[in-house]
Design a protein around this ligand. Structure first.
Ligand code: OGA
Ligand code: NI
Length: 338
């Protein structure tokens, strides 16, 4: 593939331009009308940036504080305890410190978990640490709060496309395949000095540039900074806003909206002074969902730009690419019609 190296593009100098911060209090009151300020702001942000931040989102501060405390604590646990939760090619849930994005290794450690029970994409269950009940309860409470917030945002996004707000709900509730990730971006490469496991040497970014695969992502970041979004040839910092969640649209939303909403390309710089933590929740549809451009966005003048995408199939191929170098990672551009 001869894709230009986006990571060499400049960082924008105009700090007055940035990802919008949107108050979603009116959504919490149950409103979804397309003329609402928050619905319009979300639709506009999804088209322009594929990124925005939300405040007044309704997730209770204790749920968030508990989540931060347990996340920070997790990465201080003994290496053996974390590595006992190591993910495998068959079961992607658990700990990992050798992740690839677009076949390049990222400088980070992660822990992934999903809904309870057997997940329908991998037929696999979460790997929870033994005897760490507080950890597990914090993760679950936070996960469920993220799913609720995500559904509200999904409804606003549908409304912004001229659809009934609940148009896509059948693909998400109750059988969404969303999952959480705890991200730890250490100053020191976790692979340094490890001769006992196979790894690639490259780790010059926290996460190499990518789009998220699913519908939308709800992310909590600490105040260190380093997350950047690509827009019109430049990288923009996604500033840390106290109390806010960072939201971005993923590949499936780009297909559903027939490119009206964009799956923004983003990355995380490698940390060279301060360790960084972030906690995304990737909101993904039901395993059986066939994602294709929605009726309100396909017209005689705007024909469907994509072939239907089977979600499980896409997700499965993407995870395989993250885990190790099993060939080129699947990208949504491969589903674009000529
Ligand atoms: C991701 C991601 C951003 C961040 O995990 O997909 O883009 O700020 N994370 O950690
Ligand atoms: Ni991402």
């Amino acid at each position: 593939m001869s894709e230009p190296d986006l990571d060499l593009a400049p960082v924008a100098e105009d700090s007055a331009v940035g990802v919008p911060v949107i108050d979603i209090g009116e959504l919490r009151d149950g409103h979804r009308d397309p003329s609402l300020a928050s619905v319009r702001a979300i639709a506009e942000a999804c088209s322009e940036w594929g990124f925005f931040q939300v405040v007044n989102h309704g997730i209770e501060p204790p749920v968030i504080e508990d989540m931060w405390a347990q996340t920070r604590s997790f990465f201080t646990w003994p290496r053996e305890e974390k590595e006992a939760l190591m993910r495998t090619r068959e079961n992607p849930w658990g700990y990992y410190n050798n992740e690839l994005t677009k076949n390049q290794r990222d400088k980070k450690e992660v822990f992934d978990f999903t809904s309870d029970g057997r997940d329908p994409v991998y037929a696999a269950e979460n790997r929870w640490p033994e005897g760490r009940d507080d950890f597990q309860w914090a993760m679950r409470a936070y996960r469920d709060a993220c799913a609720e917030l995500s559904l509200m945002l999904l409804e606003a996004m549908c409304s912004g496309l001229g659809l009934a707000p609940t148009f896509l709900n059948e693909h998400f509730t109750p059988t969404h395949t969303g999952f959480n990730r705890l991200n730890f971006y250490p100053v020191h490469d976790p692979m340094t000095g490890r001769a006992d496991i196979e790894h690639l040497e490259v780790a010059d970014l926290g996460v190499h540039h990518h789009t998220d695969a699913g519908a939308l992502t709800v992310l909590l970041q600490d105040d260190v900074g380093g997350l950047q979004v690509f827009k019109d040839g430049n990288w923009y910092d996604v500033e840390s806003t106290p109390g806010a969640f960072v939201i971005n649209t993923g590949d499936m939303m780009q297909v559903w909206s027939n490119d009206r909403y964009r799956a923004a390309i983003h990355r995380v710089l490698a940390m060279d002074e301060t360790d960084r933590y972030s906690i995304p929740f990737f909101y993904n549809p039901d395993a059986g969902t066939e994602v294709r451009p929605l009726p309100s966005v396909v017209t005689a003048d705007a024909p469907a730009l994509y072939e239907p995408v089977n979600w499980s199939d896409f997700r499965y191929k993407r995870t395989d690419g993250d885990y190790a170098d099993y060939g080129t990672e699947v990208q949504i551009s491969q589903y674009r019609k000529e």
